[in-house]
Design a binder for this molecule. Structure first.
Ligand code: HXC
Length: 265
Protein backbone atom coordinates (compact mmCIF):
# COMPACT_ATOMS: atom_id res chain seq x y z
CA UNK A 1 0.00 0.00 0.00
CA UNK A 2 1.17 3.51 -0.85
CA UNK A 3 2.40 5.58 2.09
CA UNK A 4 0.28 8.62 2.92
CA UNK A 5 3.40 10.48 4.08
CA UNK A 6 5.55 12.70 1.86
CA UNK A 7 8.68 10.98 0.59
CA UNK A 8 11.14 13.40 2.18
CA UNK A 9 9.96 13.51 5.81
CA UNK A 10 13.15 11.75 6.98
CA UNK A 11 15.48 13.21 4.38
CA UNK A 12 19.07 13.27 5.62
CA UNK A 13 18.31 11.20 8.73
CA UNK A 14 20.24 8.09 9.75
CA UNK A 15 18.48 5.16 11.41
CA UNK A 16 19.76 2.00 13.10
CA UNK A 17 17.31 -0.87 13.53
CA UNK A 18 18.01 -3.91 15.71
CA UNK A 19 16.18 -6.90 14.30
CA UNK A 20 15.89 -4.82 11.14
CA UNK A 21 16.64 -7.70 8.80
CA UNK A 22 13.31 -9.49 9.02
CA UNK A 23 9.65 -9.18 9.94
CA UNK A 24 8.35 -5.95 11.43
CA UNK A 25 11.88 -4.56 11.79
CA UNK A 26 12.57 -5.02 8.08
CA UNK A 27 9.34 -3.32 7.04
CA UNK A 28 10.19 -0.35 9.28
CA UNK A 29 13.65 -0.28 7.61
CA UNK A 30 11.99 -0.14 4.18
CA UNK A 31 9.58 2.64 5.09
CA UNK A 32 12.11 4.80 6.95
CA UNK A 33 14.39 4.36 3.93
CA UNK A 34 11.69 5.17 1.39
CA UNK A 35 11.04 8.40 3.28
CA UNK A 36 14.63 9.56 3.06
CA UNK A 37 16.61 7.91 5.87
CA UNK A 38 19.85 5.97 5.49
CA UNK A 39 19.49 2.59 7.15
CA UNK A 40 21.78 0.40 9.26
CA UNK A 41 20.32 -3.05 9.88
CA UNK A 42 21.61 -4.96 12.92
CA UNK A 43 21.02 -8.66 13.48
CA UNK A 44 22.69 -11.84 14.64
CA UNK A 45 22.72 -13.60 11.26
CA UNK A 46 25.09 -12.26 8.59
CA UNK A 47 23.15 -13.72 5.69
CA UNK A 48 19.93 -12.09 6.94
CA UNK A 49 21.34 -8.59 7.50
CA UNK A 50 23.32 -8.72 4.23
CA UNK A 51 20.24 -9.79 2.25
CA UNK A 52 18.14 -7.08 3.92
CA UNK A 53 20.69 -4.37 3.14
CA UNK A 54 20.95 -5.54 -0.48
CA UNK A 55 17.15 -5.51 -0.82
CA UNK A 56 17.03 -1.97 0.60
CA UNK A 57 19.77 -0.78 -1.77
CA UNK A 58 17.89 -2.29 -4.72
CA UNK A 59 15.05 0.11 -3.80
CA UNK A 60 17.39 3.10 -3.94
CA UNK A 61 17.89 3.26 -0.15
CA UNK A 62 21.34 3.81 1.38
CA UNK A 63 21.77 0.76 3.59
CA UNK A 64 24.33 -1.34 5.42
CA UNK A 65 24.00 -4.67 7.25
CA UNK A 66 25.86 -5.04 10.55
CA UNK A 67 26.18 -8.29 12.48
CA UNK A 68 25.64 -8.05 16.22
CA UNK A 69 23.75 -9.46 19.19
CA UNK A 70 21.96 -6.92 21.41
CA UNK A 71 22.86 -9.11 24.41
CA UNK A 72 26.53 -8.22 23.96
CA UNK A 73 27.56 -4.72 25.00
CA UNK A 74 30.68 -4.88 22.80
CA UNK A 75 28.49 -5.65 19.78
CA UNK A 76 26.25 -2.68 20.58
CA UNK A 77 29.25 -0.35 20.79
CA UNK A 78 30.81 -1.72 17.60
CA UNK A 79 27.60 -1.60 15.54
CA UNK A 80 26.88 1.97 16.64
CA UNK A 81 30.43 3.01 15.76
CA UNK A 82 30.12 1.34 12.35
CA UNK A 83 26.80 3.07 11.69
CA UNK A 84 28.25 6.50 12.45
CA UNK A 85 31.40 5.70 10.45
CA UNK A 86 29.25 4.72 7.47
CA UNK A 87 26.70 7.54 7.55
CA UNK A 88 28.31 10.25 9.70
CA UNK A 89 25.76 10.39 12.53
CA UNK A 90 22.74 8.70 14.15
CA UNK A 91 19.25 10.23 14.43
CA UNK A 92 16.89 7.29 14.96
CA UNK A 93 17.28 4.04 16.93
CA UNK A 94 14.58 1.39 16.54
CA UNK A 95 14.78 -1.53 18.97
CA UNK A 96 12.95 -4.32 17.16
CA UNK A 97 15.07 -7.33 18.14
CA UNK A 98 13.08 -9.81 20.22
CA UNK A 99 13.07 -13.42 21.30
CA UNK A 100 9.95 -15.49 21.69
CA UNK A 101 8.62 -19.02 22.08
CA UNK A 102 5.44 -20.48 23.48
CA UNK A 103 5.98 -22.31 26.76
CA UNK A 104 3.84 -23.01 29.85
CA UNK A 105 5.34 -21.24 32.88
CA UNK A 106 5.85 -24.53 34.71
CA UNK A 107 8.04 -25.82 31.85
CA UNK A 108 10.15 -22.67 31.45
CA UNK A 109 13.65 -22.76 32.94
CA UNK A 110 15.03 -19.67 34.67
CA UNK A 111 17.57 -19.48 31.86
CA UNK A 112 14.80 -19.50 29.26
CA UNK A 113 13.09 -16.65 31.13
CA UNK A 114 16.39 -14.79 31.43
CA UNK A 115 17.23 -15.26 27.75
CA UNK A 116 14.15 -13.35 26.61
CA UNK A 117 14.63 -10.66 29.26
CA UNK A 118 18.24 -10.35 28.06
CA UNK A 119 17.24 -9.86 24.44
CA UNK A 120 14.11 -7.71 24.81
CA UNK A 121 14.67 -5.69 27.98
CA UNK A 122 18.41 -5.59 28.69
CA UNK A 123 19.15 -5.49 24.96
CA UNK A 124 16.89 -2.48 24.50
CA UNK A 125 18.51 -0.70 27.45
CA UNK A 126 22.01 -1.51 26.22
CA UNK A 127 21.35 -0.20 22.72
CA UNK A 128 19.76 2.99 24.09
CA UNK A 129 22.60 3.52 26.53
CA UNK A 130 25.34 3.07 23.96
CA UNK A 131 23.46 5.21 21.40
CA UNK A 132 23.01 8.14 23.77
CA UNK A 133 26.24 9.95 22.91
CA UNK A 134 25.24 9.99 19.24
CA UNK A 135 21.56 10.79 19.73
CA UNK A 136 21.83 13.65 22.18
CA UNK A 137 21.54 17.24 21.11
CA UNK A 138 24.84 18.22 19.57
CA UNK A 139 25.97 14.57 19.68
CA UNK A 140 28.54 13.22 17.25
CA UNK A 141 27.87 14.51 13.77
CA UNK A 142 24.48 16.04 14.66
CA UNK A 143 23.50 19.65 14.32
CA UNK A 144 22.85 21.34 17.63
CA UNK A 145 19.17 22.10 17.11
CA UNK A 146 17.56 18.86 18.20
CA UNK A 147 18.13 15.44 19.68
CA UNK A 148 17.29 12.07 18.21
CA UNK A 149 14.47 9.60 18.40
CA UNK A 150 14.18 6.14 19.95
CA UNK A 151 11.36 3.72 19.14
CA UNK A 152 11.02 0.53 21.18
CA UNK A 153 8.91 -2.24 19.71
CA UNK A 154 6.78 -3.71 22.49
CA UNK A 155 3.60 -5.84 22.62
CA UNK A 156 0.16 -5.88 24.27
CA UNK A 157 0.66 -9.31 25.89
CA UNK A 158 1.19 -7.85 29.36
CA UNK A 159 -1.85 -5.50 29.38
CA UNK A 160 -3.86 -8.47 30.56
CA UNK A 161 -2.21 -11.90 30.69
CA UNK A 162 -1.31 -14.12 27.78
CA UNK A 163 -1.08 -17.91 27.85
CA UNK A 164 2.44 -19.35 27.71
CA UNK A 165 4.08 -15.94 27.39
CA UNK A 166 5.22 -15.23 30.96
CA UNK A 167 8.77 -14.42 29.81
CA UNK A 168 7.85 -12.15 26.88
CA UNK A 169 5.11 -10.42 28.87
CA UNK A 170 7.55 -9.58 31.66
CA UNK A 171 10.18 -8.50 29.13
CA UNK A 172 7.83 -6.17 27.26
CA UNK A 173 6.47 -4.69 30.50
CA UNK A 174 10.06 -3.76 31.27
CA UNK A 175 10.50 -2.31 27.78
CA UNK A 176 7.48 -0.02 28.30
CA UNK A 177 8.92 1.08 31.63
CA UNK A 178 12.32 1.76 30.02
CA UNK A 179 10.54 3.85 27.37
CA UNK A 180 8.96 6.05 30.05
CA UNK A 181 12.10 6.43 32.17
CA UNK A 182 14.30 7.38 29.22
CA UNK A 183 11.63 9.72 27.84
CA UNK A 184 11.67 11.53 31.17
CA UNK A 185 15.42 11.70 31.66
CA UNK A 186 16.67 12.05 28.09
CA UNK A 187 13.73 14.12 26.86
CA UNK A 188 14.46 16.65 29.57
CA UNK A 189 18.24 16.59 29.43
CA UNK A 190 18.98 15.88 25.77
CA UNK A 191 15.82 16.58 23.73
CA UNK A 192 15.61 12.90 22.75
CA UNK A 193 12.10 11.53 22.23
CA UNK A 194 11.62 7.94 23.39
CA UNK A 195 8.43 6.14 22.40
CA UNK A 196 7.18 2.62 21.85
CA UNK A 197 4.88 0.79 19.49
CA UNK A 198 2.82 -2.17 20.69
CA UNK A 199 1.75 -4.25 17.70
CA UNK A 200 -1.09 -6.74 17.93
CA UNK A 201 -0.81 -9.97 15.94
CA UNK A 202 0.64 -8.96 12.60
CA UNK A 203 0.18 -11.14 9.56
CA UNK A 204 3.20 -12.91 8.13
CA UNK A 205 5.60 -12.43 11.07
CA UNK A 206 7.60 -14.88 13.15
CA UNK A 207 5.85 -13.68 16.30
CA UNK A 208 2.34 -14.30 14.98
CA UNK A 209 3.30 -17.62 13.45
CA UNK A 210 4.68 -18.76 16.79
CA UNK A 211 1.84 -17.40 18.94
CA UNK A 212 -1.05 -18.28 16.64
CA UNK A 213 0.23 -21.37 14.81
CA UNK A 214 -3.23 -22.07 13.39
CA UNK A 215 -3.05 -18.74 11.56
CA UNK A 216 -4.73 -15.40 12.10
CA UNK A 217 -8.41 -15.19 11.25
CA UNK A 218 -10.56 -12.25 10.24
CA UNK A 219 -13.38 -13.91 12.21
CA UNK A 220 -11.72 -13.20 15.53
CA UNK A 221 -10.20 -9.83 14.70
CA UNK A 222 -11.97 -6.55 15.46
CA UNK A 223 -12.48 -4.23 12.50
CA UNK A 224 -12.48 -7.42 10.38
CA UNK A 225 -8.94 -6.71 9.26
CA UNK A 226 -5.64 -8.36 9.94
CA UNK A 227 -2.69 -6.22 11.00
CA UNK A 228 0.04 -5.78 8.43
CA UNK A 229 3.71 -4.97 8.93
CA UNK A 230 2.97 -1.80 6.97
CA UNK A 231 0.65 -0.60 9.77
CA UNK A 232 3.51 -0.78 12.27
CA UNK A 233 5.90 0.95 9.88
CA UNK A 234 3.45 3.84 9.39
CA UNK A 235 3.27 4.30 13.18
CA UNK A 236 7.08 4.32 13.27
CA UNK A 237 7.21 6.97 10.53
CA UNK A 238 4.76 9.12 12.46
CA UNK A 239 6.76 8.85 15.68
CA UNK A 240 10.16 9.28 13.97
CA UNK A 241 9.17 12.31 11.91
CA UNK A 242 8.32 15.83 13.03
CA UNK A 243 4.65 14.78 13.00
CA UNK A 244 5.44 13.25 16.39
CA UNK A 245 7.58 16.08 17.75
CA UNK A 246 5.47 16.56 20.90
CA UNK A 247 5.09 12.83 21.59
CA UNK A 248 7.42 11.47 24.24
CA UNK A 249 7.11 8.53 26.60
CA UNK A 250 4.08 6.90 25.05
CA UNK A 251 3.65 3.40 23.68
CA UNK A 252 1.28 3.51 20.76
CA UNK A 253 -0.97 0.46 20.48
CA UNK A 254 -1.38 -0.61 16.86
CA UNK A 255 -3.67 -3.63 17.05
CA UNK A 256 -7.03 -2.59 15.60
CA UNK A 257 -8.44 -2.57 19.14
CA UNK A 258 -7.82 -6.27 19.69
CA UNK A 259 -6.49 -6.13 23.24
CA UNK A 260 -9.75 -4.47 24.37
CA UNK A 261 -11.99 -7.12 22.91
CA UNK A 262 -13.98 -9.90 24.58
CA UNK A 263 -16.13 -12.57 22.94
CA UNK A 264 -19.63 -11.32 22.05
CA UNK A 265 -22.43 -12.56 24.32
C1 HXC B 1 11.22 -23.69 26.27
C2 HXC B 1 13.15 -22.73 25.47
C3 HXC B 1 12.64 -22.74 24.15
C4 HXC B 1 11.32 -23.27 23.96
C5 HXC B 1 14.62 -21.85 24.12
N1 HXC B 1 14.36 -22.18 25.40
N2 HXC B 1 13.58 -22.16 23.35
N3 HXC B 1 12.46 -23.20 26.53
N4 HXC B 1 10.66 -23.73 25.05
N5 HXC B 1 10.76 -23.32 22.74
C6 HXC B 1 15.28 -22.03 26.52
C7 HXC B 1 16.41 -23.01 26.40
O1 HXC B 1 16.05 -24.29 26.87
C8 HXC B 1 17.49 -22.37 27.24
O2 HXC B 1 17.29 -22.60 28.62
C9 HXC B 1 17.25 -20.89 27.02
O3 HXC B 1 15.90 -20.75 26.54
C10 HXC B 1 18.16 -20.33 25.96
O4 HXC B 1 18.00 -21.09 24.77
P1 HXC B 1 19.02 -21.02 23.55
O5 HXC B 1 18.47 -21.83 22.44
O6 HXC B 1 20.40 -21.33 24.05
O7 HXC B 1 19.00 -19.47 23.24
P2 HXC B 1 19.39 -18.71 21.97
O8 HXC B 1 20.05 -19.60 20.96
O9 HXC B 1 20.11 -17.52 22.41
O10 HXC B 1 17.97 -18.33 21.36
C11 HXC B 1 17.12 -17.47 22.08
C12 HXC B 1 15.72 -17.54 21.49
C13 HXC B 1 15.82 -17.01 20.09
C14 HXC B 1 14.88 -16.61 22.32
C15 HXC B 1 15.18 -18.93 21.55
O11 HXC B 1 16.64 -17.75 19.25
C16 HXC B 1 14.51 -16.88 19.42
O12 HXC B 1 13.44 -17.13 19.84
N6 HXC B 1 14.58 -16.41 18.27
C17 HXC B 1 13.39 -16.17 17.48
C18 HXC B 1 13.11 -14.74 17.46
C19 HXC B 1 11.61 -14.48 17.38
O13 HXC B 1 10.78 -15.33 17.57
N7 HXC B 1 11.30 -13.23 17.05
C20 HXC B 1 9.93 -12.82 16.98
C21 HXC B 1 9.60 -12.25 18.29
S1 HXC B 1 7.90 -11.89 18.33
P3 HXC B 1 18.11 -23.79 29.42
O14 HXC B 1 17.58 -23.70 30.83
O15 HXC B 1 17.73 -25.09 28.75
O16 HXC B 1 19.57 -23.45 29.28
C22 HXC B 1 7.59 -11.05 19.66
C23 HXC B 1 6.24 -10.41 19.67
C24 HXC B 1 5.33 -11.07 20.61
O17 HXC B 1 8.37 -10.89 20.51
C25 HXC B 1 3.96 -10.49 20.48
C26 HXC B 1 3.19 -10.96 19.28
C27 HXC B 1 1.71 -10.64 19.36
Amino acid sequence: MESPFKGDILKGKVALLTGGGSGIGYEISVQLGKHGASIAVMGRRKNVVDAAAAALRSQGIKAVGLVGDVRKQDDAVRVLESTVKEFGKLDILVNAAAGNFLVPAEDLSPNGFRTVIDIDSVGTFTMCREALKYLKKGGTGKDSSSGGVIINISATLHYTATWYQIHVSAAKAAVDSITRSLALEWGTDYDIRVNGIAPGPINDTTGANKLVPEGLSVETEPLFKLGEKWDIAMAALYLASDAGKYINGTTMVVDGGLWLSRPRH
